[in-house]
Design a protein around this ligand. Structure first.
Ligand SMILES: NC(=O)c1ccc[n+]([C@@H]2O[C@H](COP(=O)([O-])OP(=O)(O)OC[C@H]3O[C@@H](n4cnc5c(N)ncnc54)[C@H](OP(=O)(O)O)[C@@H]3O)[C@@H](O)[C@H]2O)c1
Length: 340
């Protein structure tokens, strides 16, 4: 099966190559180059998607730079590759149109507008990508732009996967550390939509943004240490990498939960013991994956409960600049990549 496109005369022609951004070795943003590569062939249970938008996320930075949290370096060869990225085409998520459907891929037709989350399979910084029809691919409403769908996917998927394991509702106090990032901006909205009282930790420049997403209270980390005061929370969503249980324990209510969206090796090793000993729950894992997550995300977005936060938009040819911006660690929400 091959992708097709319309030529100037209106006839269909086979497309066998595509443009893709590839990290051919580990290193800084400049290791990413745009190349012509073969269009992937969908398996019988897959669809082929013409990608219109993706994002450059912190995950792309981590893969490209081999930047793993402390104590997880031993995973590098297995997770990333020994001498160069094993998955050189980065990009965890895509929004685009279905152009071909495998014979066992039920539920999709050419022309469907979809959101795809490939996660660690990567490959979305390219003009075409495959998705297992039963996996994390879902149709998006006509009113949702490809850029918005792509911008929602990474942070929204992660936030839903983690927050699924806690009961949110009126009277529940939630703190989101790193409220202005891709994951934090989604977590604030999901918690607020569920009726929880949300505190967002961010720098002063992002105070208005997190308030607009539903935060009731904002803590500027440059002026105040959320873990040093008298206030306590039922749920702490850690999206920065500076709030392990040892720092957060005293502000986590008895029976509360620390969701370590980002954790280093030592924190992962200690979480079971800390949970047993403290009467609080510590976990670095999400609990919901695949299609149910993207379905829920699109449902929530269509209902207006979650909106994308787009910081900047880059064209594929400007991929190096996009990586450079993500590397600052200061992006707000998503950095969108448009595919030609
Ligand atoms: N476990 C998983 O499955 C999973 C999935 C996705 C992501 N992650 C991890 O989760 C983390 C967050 O991902 P992300 O995509 O949300 O990152 P991101 O979008 O790159 O986060 C950038 C944001 O972090 C904020 N920030 C930086 N230092 C801060 C601090 N000290 N306190 C509060 N906010 C701070 C910045 O705001 P200011 O400019 O205001 O400082 C910026 O808006 C990453 O480490 C990522 O690797 C894990």
């Amino acid at each position: 099966m091959t992708a097709t496109s319309r030529s100037g005369t209106g006839t269909r022609r086979r497309v066998t190559t595509m443009r893709a951004a590839m990290a051919e070795r580990f290193g800084g943003p400049e290791v990413v180059v745009v190349r012509d590569v073969p269009v992937p062939e969908p398996a019988a249970d897959e669809v082929l998607v013409r990608v219109r938008a993706s994002t450059v996320s912190i995950a792309d930075h981590r893969m490209r730079a081999a930047d793993l949290p402390r104590g997880l370096g031993f995973l590098r060869v297995v997770a990333l590759g020994a001498f160069r990225p094993r998955k050189p085409i980065l990009g965890m998520e895509a929004a685009g149109e279905v152009v071909a459907v495998g014979r066992d891929a039920a539920g999709f037709a050419p022309g469907d507008r979809v959101m795809v989350m490939r996660g660690s399979r990567m490959g979305c910084h390219a003009q075409f990508v495959t998705a297992r029809a039963e996996g994390a691919v879902v149709r998006i409403p006509d009113a949702m732009s490809f850029e918005d769908a792509a911008a929602l996917a990474f942070g929204g998927y992660t936030a839903i996967s983690f927050l699924h394991q806690v009961a949110l509702g009126p009277g529940v106090d939630v703190l989101v550390n790193g409220g202005s990032g891709a994951v934090g901006s989604s977590a604030i909205q999901l918690a607020a939509h569920a009726g929880a009282r949300v505190t967002a930790v961010t720098s002063g420049r992002n105070a208005d943004l997190v308030r607009s997403l539903g935060a009731d209270r904002v803590i500027d980390y440059e002026r105040e240490d959320f873990a040093a005061g008298d206030e306590t929370w039922d749920v702490v969503v850690e999206c920065v990498g500076n709030a392990p249980f040892t720092r957060v324990e005293r502000v986590l209510k008895p029976g509360g939960t620390l969701l370590l969206v980002i954790a280093d090796g030592p924190a992962m090793l200690r979480e079971k013991g800390q949970s047993r000993r403290s009467g609080r729950r510590v976990t670095h894992e999400g609990t919901l994956f695949g299609k149910p997550v993207v379905e829920r995300l699109v449902e929530l977005a269509a209902a207006g409960a979650v909106r994308p936060v787009i910081d900047r938009t880059f064209e594929l040819d400007d991929i190096v600049a996009a990586h450079r911006y993500v590397d600052t660690g200061r992006k707000r929400g998503a950095v969108v990549l448009r595919l030609p």
